[in-house]
Design a protein around this ligand. Structure first.
Ligand code: PEP
Ligand code: MN
Length: 375
């Protein structure tokens, strides 16, 4: 059961003390406090865990600090959607809104290689009105002898270049909790010219200690990749780990499933799950067509498979697209064969935008039928 308190309830008020005192003395029930820092107000949510079946909803709703009570299922307590649950989805970070209704494009380098390529990439994005990008500094590689990313050493020039081009959010994978501090120290030293969304890669979806460490900090939102060989439920529970530690600013990313059945694509594209994740949880949903498809191959219609896969996800309501571009893919140190070219950026943006508009029009078609969605 979840008790949502009146917005901005002071934690030192009598109303709060009395409410907490009552709830903490319910037999067989423990209370977990979760703070939601919104753009205009702070919300305190009290999760009642344990033997809550016999609790009287009206009695708890009558407590002085409580605004409303929601009965929640056991799954995805914080990030999930529950019956009569009108809680908002998403969050705003560094001036960029992430929700289940809008769309942000994160085109960029799979791996940071040199300053020139980072500058070209960010300049082109800025020229096309984009404020987000992807930049890999810590690269988890299958082969221990492959390039592992420049790590901490590239952060200063990546962040400074981002600031120069008004890039506000960089999706950056981290593979160890020490990387959070490296990123934080560097940003702080530079006066925070940009922001970072911490990316958890598919190989780390169930690295619970890493998830807990990322969840304990609230400075940076998180992009959690779906695990490539586990169920959707297991990956959604991984997202809940972040929220249960305190950070519910999570975007969930579909990136394809590892199976030979997906061949010749690198992974089996799983973008039919975009609306499913939005139905089960309040997280904005991202798609990664580059790591799903894995090549620049094009269909006879002249449209590359990466674009086709992107269209599938965006028409289905995706809220973020993480996609590899590179000014010189043949020189890229990681994943060059799947990188799109800078010349392809304008067409890609137009395609993505049209697909997003089509998703909105599709909602209109179904709204007219008057049939309400089941959740
Ligand atoms: C990436 O986005 O660079 C990446 C390594 O993706 P994934 O974890 O999905 O393989
Ligand atoms: Mn990659």
């Amino acid at each position: 059961m979840l008790a949502i308190l009146h917005p901005d309830t002071p934690l030192d008020s009598d109303a709060y003390r009395q409410t907490l005192h009552f709830l903490e003395h319910l037999p067989g029930v423990s209370v977990k406090v979760h703070e939601v820092e919104g753009a205009v107000q702070r919300l305190t949510e009290l999760y009642l865990l344990g033997d809550t079946k016999s609790l009287d909803k009206d009695e708890i709703e009558a407590l002085p600090a409580v605004e409303r009570v929601i009965r929640i299922s056991d799954d995805y307590r914080i990030l999930g959607r529950h019956r009569d649950d009108q809680r908002q989805s998403g969050f705003t970070y560094n001036g960029v809104e992430f929700s289940q209704n809008n769309l942000n494009l994160f085109a960029g380098l799979c791996a940071v290689d040199n300053q020139e390529h980072v500058d070209i990439m960010m300049r082109e994005l800025a020229a096309h009105g984009q404020h987000c990008t992807r930049m890999g500094a810590y690269k988890p590689r299958t082969n221990p002898y492959s390039f592992q990313g420049h790590g901490k050493s590239c952060l200063p020039w990546v962040f400074e270049t981002a600031g120069k081009h008004d890039i506000r959010v960089i999706a950056m994978e981290i593979t160890h909790e020490s990387h959070i501090e490296e990123i934080d120290e560097c940003l702080e030293k530079l006066g925070r010219p940009t922001g970072v969304m911490l990316q958890v890669g598919t190989r780390n979806t169930q690295n619970f200690e890493l998830l807990k460490a990322i969840g304990r900090q609230k400075t940076y939102p998180v992009l959690l990749k779906r695990g490539f060989g586990i169920t959707l439920n297991e990956s959604l529970n991984a997202a809940e780990y972040l929220a249960s530690e305190g950070n519910a600013n999570v975007v969930f990313c579909l990136r394809g499933m590892k199976t030979d059945a997906g061949s010749p694509h690198r992974n089996m594209v799983d973008f039919a799950h975009v609306p499913t994740v939005k139905r089960l949880t309040r997280m904005p949903v991202c798609i990664d067509p580059s790591h799903s498809v894995g090549s620049r191959d094009a269909a006879p219609d002249g449209i590359p498979d990466v674009m086709h896969a992107t269209a599938q996800g965006v028409v289905a309501g995706a809220n973020m697209v993480l996609v590899d571009f590179h000014p010189r893919p043949e020189k890229a140190l990681v994943d060059g064969p799947q990188a799109l070219l800078m010349e392809e950026l304008p067409a890609y943006l137009e395609d993505v935008n049209q697909c997003h508009q089509l998703w909105k029009k599709r909602q209109e078609i179904y709204r007219k039928t008057g049939v309400t969605a089941t959740t």
